[in-house]
Design a protein. Sequence first.
Length: 83
Amino acid sequence: CNVLDPIFAKLSIKYSDARRRWGKVDLARMPEYAEEFKIDVSGFTKQLPTVICFYKGRELRRLPQFTTSGKVIDNAMAEATLI
């Protein structure tokens, strides 16, 4: 996502260390990850881009937040909401 790229780059530089790693996945090329993390990649969803924070291998937080039916609750993709 072109909107998220500069924020992601800035945060990954500022907060990277031995305990924090940053990565991006192109879900069009790796749809198995979309399925594994239950991310709807259809053109009609507002779930993309999705940012998932993990702690010790477990999902800690996800943006945007959405209901179990896939409806987006919160889509505030800004630096303040990502840190």
